[in-house]
Write a protein that binds this ligand. Structure first.
Ligand SMILES: [Fe+2]
Ligand SMILES: [Fe+2]
Length: 464
């Protein structure tokens, strides 16, 4: 008979006989790795609204979702290892917890990038490599599988993170944070806890957990509080040609960066509430994984807008990509109230006459194949988000999603009242352009368009 490779080719025969981690050791190390992934995900949510740079928001949205998934995969693997499994609320080591808390004290982009991509991720990756070298590839194959998949996605994360870390590396902030956080992780015995623990430098972070959730944007952008909403009128205006309505959709996608800003704040503040109050029954980690997925999808939708703009040679950074939505909700609503309003908006996307099916039809009718493709997937994502609301928001409310639908109107009215006393910041940037639609439409379409009636964002309820 033919001779086939032994041991399902997991390893050479002698490799299958090598010693490895015990179940207890494997559980202990994997718990630390899961915990680091949980904390990287939460750091992404905590950073995303207040980090000004657009491209950093895009990367944080992706990395936060991948980290959340990796934490979930690791928690699932630990649950297979016989002992009562630790969950996301369980801290494997108070020193590791304190070291990762220090990430929250980094307030500027350079320090944050150095902390995450210059320190924690490289240490995490070497801890994974050490685990894989130290474990038996046969008896612990399920752990090996999970960690190998994580290694692969860490490479994806590293494509952005290593370049970003290199670009800030020589800044005083990055040098400072690299030394500080490196010393703190070292003091915790390293990511895997297998090195002797040492002394930590003075802490910069102190509990309770509290995050800055008001959105910020980088210096390229003006008109952050632009009060006009022409794209929201134009895309529905059937007296206008489909290509102009498609240009409105391009802008609507681009503006969606305010949705990940909103969701990041919900995630970070819910996590903080739980860690501060330590309830007996905190949310399961699967809640966070689903919310991170939606956060990433919405950032991806903004990038669809960016790609559409760039396909037409438009400098999208000159447009008033405003933050009024994420700003007023972060300012005037609790995280749960924000989630209710997010749900109410997503509900409004389903009708065929103006929601996602309609947007897809407009994009297709405009003769722009890239926009038609993007709106096909955008629609699919939004259907998924209705399901995420069922999984994540429904259990938060005694009356379920019916309660969410009931409360949304009153919440919008309350925001309007609060804005009367505590208004949106005045947009004093001299670069902010009023009446920008005709100019933008001309640059996309190469022709003049009919004027758009005046609108005011104060009375505007977003349709994502
Ligand atoms: Fe979206
Ligand atoms: Fe959505």
């Amino acid at each position: 008979m033919e001779r086939f490779p032994p041991f399902a080719s997991l390893a050479p025969a002698e490799g299958t006989r090598r010693p490895g981690h015990s179940v207890a050791d494997a559980t202990a190390i994997l718990h630390r790795l899961a915990y680091v992934k949980q904390r990287l995900a939460i750091a992404a949510a905590a950073y995303l609204p207040s980090i000004p740079e657009w491209e950093a928001k895009c990367a944080l949205a992706l990395h936060g979702w991948l980290d959340a998934e990796h934490a979930e995969q690791l928690y699932s693997r630990i649950a297979e290892l016989r002992e009562p499994p630790p969950g996301a609320k369980d801290v494997p080591d108070a020193r590791l917890e304190a070291a990762l808390d220090e990430m929250f004290a980094a307030g500027d982009t350079r320090g944050r990038i150095a902390a995450v991509h210059g320190v924690v991720r490289p240490l995490f990756r070497s801890a994974v490599a050490d685990y894989l070298r130290g474990t038996n590839p046969l008896c612990d194959q399920p752990s090996t599988r999970v960690l190998t998949a994580i290694q692969h996605e860490e490479e994806v994360i590293g494509r952005w993170g290593d370049a970003a870390a290199a670009s800030v590396a020589s800044s005083p902030e990055a040098i400072d944070w690299t030394g500080h956080l490196g010393a703190w992780v070292e003091a915790a015995g390293g990511v895997d806890g297998r090195r002797p623990a040492g002394n930590s430098p003075p802490a910069r972070f102190s509990r309770p957990y509290r995050f800055a959730v008001l959105p910020r944007r980088d210096e390229r952008f003006a008109g952050l509080f632009d009060p006009s909403t022409p794209a929201d009128l134009v895309y529905l205006d059937e007296t206008r040609d489909a290509d102009e309505r498609n240009a409105a959709l391009m802008f609507k996608r681009l503006r969606e960066m305010d949705v990940p800003e909103l969701i990041a704040g919900i995630i970070a503040e819910h996590w903080a509430e739980e860690r501060n109050a330590r309830p007996a029954e905190p949310r399961k980690w699967t809640y966070y994984t689903a919310m991170f997925r939606q956060m990433w999808d919405e950032a991806r939708h903004a990038m669809l807008g960016q790609a559409l703009m760039e396909s037409r040679g438009i400098d999208w950074t000159t447009l008033p990509v405003n933050v009024t939505f994420s700003w007023k909700l972060a300012r005037h609503c609790s995280p749960l109230e924000r989630h209710i309003l997010l749900y109410a908006i997503e509900q409004s996307l389903m009708p065929r006459d103006r929601g996602k099916p309609y947007e897809h039809r407009v994009a297709a009718a405009s003769g722009d194949p890239l926009s038609a493709l993007f709106h096909d997937f955008d629609w699919a994502d939004e259907v998924l988000h209705v399901d995420i609301a069922r999984r994540c928001l429904k259990p938060e409310l005694p009356g379920g999603l019916a309660e969410a639908r009931q409360r949304a109107d009153a919440l919008w009215s309350r925001i309007a009242e609060r804005l009367a006393a505590d208004p949106l910041p005045a947009d004093g940037d001299p670069r902010a352009v009023r009446d920008w639609w005709p100019r933008f439409a001309r640059s996309v379409l190469g022709r003049d368009v009919a004027p758009v009636p005046d609108t005011d964002v104060k009375n505007w309820r977003p349709i994502e």
